[in-house]
Design a protein around this ligand. Structure first.
Ligand code: 16G
Length: 246
C-alpha cells in the first residue's frame, strides 16, 4: 500500500488493490477473500479500515458475504431478460446451470385485500399460496412467493412442485396459456428470514420483484413476490425509442 502521506484514504487504497486483484484474474469468482484480520496484517492497517473496504466492495456487488463463511468474489451474474415471459427453470437451464427448488410451504389461503385486487378476486376467495427457495447449481438465488387463482387451483396441492416447473405444470397439466406479465423491481435489504434462507447476512442487498402473469383470457393467474440475491442477478431490458415502437 502507498505511504501514509498518500492523499487517498487507506480504505480506498485497499479497495483499489482488491479490485485490481479481481480484474487481473488473481482472485477468481467464488474465491474466498482474506479476512479483515489477515488484510490488516498484510497491509499494515486496522481491521476497521479493512472492514470498510470490504463492505464497500460488497455494496458495489464485486464481493458477497456468506453467513459464517466469509467474503467471496462474486460470480458472473444471472441475467433475467425482461423481454420474453420465462420462468425460473427456463432461465437457469438456458445458462447451462441446474435449477432446483425447495418448497418451503404451500397451502390455500383466503384472499386478502391486496391479493384480491392483484388477482381480480373478492376478498376471502381461496388462493393457492406457494413459497419456494430457488437454487442454481445448488446455490440459493431467490425466494418466490406465488399466489395463484383459477378454478380447481387447490389441485396444485397434490402436485410435486419440487421437481417440476410451475409454468410447465400450469401449461401442460391444466391447459393454461401464459401470455404476458407485468413486473416491478425494487432494491432493498434482506430481512432476517430471507437472509437465512438465502444464506446471506441480514441486510444484504437484494432485488425485490412483483410479477403478475396473465392468461390468454387476459386474466391474472399468478401474483408473485420474489427476493433475488442482489449480487447474483441482473435484470436486462431492451428499449425502442418512440418512433420505432409499432
Ligand atoms: C419466475 C417468476 C415466478 C414464477 C416462476 C416460474 C419472477 C419475479 N418470478 O421466477 O413468478 O412462478 O418464474 O418458474 O420472475 P418455474 O416454472 O421454474 O416454476
Amino acid at each position: 500500500m502507498q505511504s501514509r502521506k498518500s492523499p487517498l484514504p487507506r480504505y480506498y487504497q485497499l479497495k483499489e488493490i482488491m479490485r485490481e486483484k479481481v480484474t487481473s484474474g488473481d482472485w477468481k469468482p467464488g474465491d474466498l477473500i482474506p479476512s479483515e484480520r489477515e488484510l490488516g496484517e498484510q497491509y499494515g492497517i486496522s481491521r476497521m479500515t479493512a472492514r470498510q473496504a470490504l463492505t464497500e466492495l460488497v455494496n458495489e456487488g464485486l464481493f458477497y458475504r456468506e453467513q459464517g463463511k466469509g467474503t467471496f468474489v462474486s460470480r458472473n451474474k444471472i441475467t433475467q431478460q425482461l423481454i420474453r415471459l420465462t420462468g425460473f427453470t427456463e432461465d437457469i437451464s438456458a445458462r447451462g446451470q441446474a435449477p432446483a427448488t425447495r418448497v418451503l410451504s404451500m397451502h390455500m389461503i383466503p384472499a386478502t385485500e391486496d391479493l384480491a385486487e392483484r388477482l381480480r378476486l373478492h376478498v376471502g376467495q381461496p388462493i393457492f399460496r406457494l413459497q419456494r427457495l430457488r437454487l442454481a447449481d445448488n446455490e440459493p438465488l431467490a425466494i418466490e412467493r406465488s399466489h395463484l387463482s383459477f378454478i380447481g387451483c387447490e389441485r396444485l396441492l397434490d402436485e410435486d412442485l419440487e421437481t417440476q416447473s410451475l409454468y410447465r405444470v400450469l401449461e401442460s397439466r391444466y391447459g393454461i396459456q401464459l401470455i404476458q406479465a407485468e413486473q416491478e423491481l425494487e432494491a432493498g435489504l434482506t430481512n432476517e428470514e430471507d437472509a437465512k434462507l438465502l444464506n446471506l447476512p441480514i441486510g444484504s442487498p437484494a432485488l425485490y420483484t412483483r410479477r403478475t402473469t396473465y392468461t390468454n383470457r387476459d386474466l391474472p393467474i399468478e401474483y408473485a413476490r420474489s427476493v433475488y440475491c442482489g449480487h447474483k442477478y441482473t435484470f436486462y431490458t431492451h428499449m425502442l425509442r418512440n418512433q420505432l415502437v409499432p
